[in-house]
Design a binder for this molecule. Structure first.
Ligand code: SAM
Length: 275
C-alpha cells in the first residue's frame, strides 16, 4: 500500500466575528491529524464553537524553530497538519513563513485555505485607491529603520497600509502629520466586531478624534502626489498640472503643489492657470 503523503494546510481564521470562516476551513480543521496554533487557548474557543476536537500543538514566534522541526517530522511521516494563527491569515504579520520554507525544501505539499485578513478588508472599505498598494506590516521601532519607512511613505506613489497598536497610534499620527500634510488616512478599527468603524481624515483631524481609542486597527494612507525631481524636470508645467489632476487633486491644491515642486511663488503658477 502506498504511504499517505503529509500535507500542510495554511488555514485563515476569523479576525473577530466567529462566523467569518469558510466551510472548507472547517472541513480541513476536522480532518487533519493535528492543528499547529499560535495560541492554543484562543484556537480552542474557535474549535469549541464549531464542536471540533483535535490535538493542538503550540506554534509561535518564540518556539518556531524547534516546533518547525517537530512538525516537519510529522509531515514526513504522512500526517496532515493545519496551521492557524490567532486571527486572520497565517504568515501575514503572524508565524508561518518558517515552516512554509522548510516544507518547500522538503518537497512537502502546502495548501492555502483562504479567508479573513485585516489588511484586505480595511483596504476595500477605505475609499482609498485599491489599484496599487504597499503593505508595510507594523512600522519598525528602531529609530533609523522607522525613519526610512516614513520616508518611503512620504514619497510612495501607491496606497500604503500599516498595522498599528492603539497605544502607539498617537505617536504614529504625529509622525505622519509631519510628512503627509493633507493626504487622507483611514483608520479601520475592530473589523467584523461590534465596534467596527472607519475613521477618515488627515493625520491632524484623526489626532483630534482618537485620544482614547482602543481595539485593533489598520491604517490606510493615500498615495503621494510627489514626483522625483528628475521626472519633474522632464514635464512641462501643463503636463505637471495634468498629472496632479489625474491624481484627483483640486485646482487650488495643484497650484500649491506645483509651486512647491518648482520652488517658486504660488502666485506665479496661479496667474498661469487662472487666466
Ligand atoms: N494575520 C492577521 C491578518 O491576517 O490580518 C494579522 C495579525 S497581526 C499580529 C495583528 C494586527 O492585525 C493588529 O494589531 C491589527 O493591526 C490588525 N488586525 C487584526 N484583526 C483586526 C481587526 N479585527 N480589525 C482591525 N485590525 C485588525
Amino acid at each position: 500500500m502506498e504511504k499517505r503523503k503529509g500535507c500542510l494546510y495554511i488555514v485563515a481564521t476569523p479576525i473577530g466575528n466567529l462566523q467569518d470562516i469558510t466551510l472548507r476551513a472547517l472541513e480541513v480543521l476536522k480532518k487533519v491529524d493535528v492543528i499547529a496554533s499560535e495560541d492554543t487557548r484562543h484556537t480552542l474557543k474557535l474549535l469549541n464553537h464549531y464542536e471540533i476536537s483535535k490535538p493542538l500543538i503550540s506554534y509561535h514566534r518564540h518556539n518556531e524553530e524547534v516546533k518547525t522541526e517537530m512538525l516537519i517530522e510529522k509531515l514526513q511521516k504522512g500526517e496532515q497538519i493545519a496551521l492557524v494563527s490567532d486571527a486572520g491569515t497565517p504568515g501575514i504579520c503572524d508565524p508561518g513563513e518558517e515552516i512554509i520554507k522548510q516544507c518547500i525544501n522538503q518537497n512537502i505539499k502546502i495548501i492555502p485555505i483562504p479567508g479573513a485578513c485585516a489588511v484586505i478588508n480595511a483596504l476595500i472599505c477605505s475609499g482609498i485607491d485599491t489599484n496599487e498598494f504597499t503593505f508595510l506590516g507594523f512600522l519598525p521601532l528602531n529609530k533609523k529603520s522607522r525613519k526610512k519607512k516614513l520616508q518611503e511613505i512620504e514619497k510612495s506613489q501607491k496606497t500604503i497600509i500599516i498595522y498599528e497598536a492603539p497605544h502607539k497610534l498617537k505617536n504614529t499620527l504625529e509622525e505622519l502629520r509631519e510628512i503627509l500634510e493633507d493626504r487622507k488616512i483611514v483608520i479601520a478599527r475592530e473589523l467584523t466586531k461590534i465596534h467596527e468603524e472607519f475613521l477618515r481624515g488627515t493625520a491632524q483631524e484623526l489626532l483630534e478624534v482618537t485620544q482614547d481609542i482602543k481595539g485593533e486597527m489598520v491604517l490606510i494612507i493615500e498615495k503621494s502626489s510627489y514626483i522625483e525631481e528628475n521626472d519633474l524636470n522632464n514635464l512641462t508645467i501643463e503636463e505637471q498640472y495634468k498629472y496632479y489632476e489625474n491624481l484627483g487633486m483640486d485646482k487650488k491644491s495643484i497650484i500649491k503643489q506645483i509651486a512647491k515642486d518648482r520652488k517658486v511663488n504660488k502666485n506665479e503658477i496661479y496667474k498661469k492657470f487662472m487666466i
